[in-house]
Design a protein around this ligand. Structure first.
Ligand SMILES: [Zn+2]
Length: 246
């Protein structure tokens, strides 16, 4: 089984019944998480009821992408003390934020941390983490296995690095925050859905999945805007949506 399951699709804070950024990747029995924002942990446990995870990849330290990593830490720390450490790939600021919540324990008792941006072999995947423009260090993620590429932006402003990140991807998961006036901001740290479509086209990705929708946005309008730029399939991330890979 090779697939991505959407755990959460909201940017900033979750809408009712939804969650913030998070994706569960199943690849021939290997289990990898991409981001763990607000309210993703219960959905992760609904998807993998035994809670077993092989690796976690977090793009950046903002809580809508990493706060439920704290819950996963507690599950391991209290629920499986002395168990094997969980490989965690993230910019250093992620663990700095978490240690503020758990000042009395050593996070490395649970996590085997590896830095991003950078390159790593993660189970079956060659992982490349590319620095993308955001308010804090954000690593866009490219995973390659058996000639299949899954790419994910985390949060990003417009940059030619997006074409490199998603180059020939089977599925390019791109944030489409679409805040009011986003395209006119003097410093760009987030995308519009039009830009998401543009960079998917520039990357020659096969499919585009929009995510990180600002709460209250018209998601159908975001998809329509991206479709004007990108001729491949355009999906909207939706909690529980399963997308086959390859
Ligand atoms: Zn975000």
């Amino acid at each position: 089984m090779r697939q991505v399951t959407v755990l959460g699709s909201c940017g900033a804070f979750p809408e009712p019944g939804r969650a913030c950024s998070g994706f569960a990747v199943d690849w021939d029995g290997y289990r990898l998480l991409l981001d763990l924002g607000y309210a993703t942990l219960p959905r992760l446990l609904a998807h993998w009821p035994d809670g077993a995870v092989d690796a976690v990849v977090v793009t950046h330290e903002h809580p809508d992408h990493c706060i439920d990593l704290h819950g996963l830490f507690r599950m391991r720390f209290y629920g499986d003390p002395g168990g094997p450490r969980l490989p965690l790939y993230c910019p250093p600021g992620v663990l700095d934020r978490l240690s503020g919540l758990e000042p009395d324990v050593d996070l490395h008792a649970v996590f085997d941390a590896h830095p991003l941006p950078g390159g790593h072999q993660v189970g079956p995947f060659a992982l490349t983490g590319l620095s993308l423009p955001h308010y804090v260090l954000n690593a866009g993620i490219r995973l390659e296995a058996d000639g299949v590429v899954l790419a994910y932006t985390g949060d990003t402003g417009p940059t030619p690095a997006l074409a490199e990140l998603g180059r020939d991807a089977d599925l390019f998961i791109v944030e489409a925050t679409d805040r009011d006036g986003e395209a006119d901001r003097p410093t760009r740290n987030l995308l519009t859905s039009t830009e998401a479509g543009h960079w998917a086209r520039r990357s020659c990705a096969r499919r585009l999945m929009l995510t990180h929708f600002w709460p209250g946005n018209d998601r159908a309008a975001s998809v329509a805007a991206a479709r004007k730029e990108f001729g491949g399939e355009v999906l909207a991330a939706e909690e529980g949506l399963i997308v086959p890979l390859g």
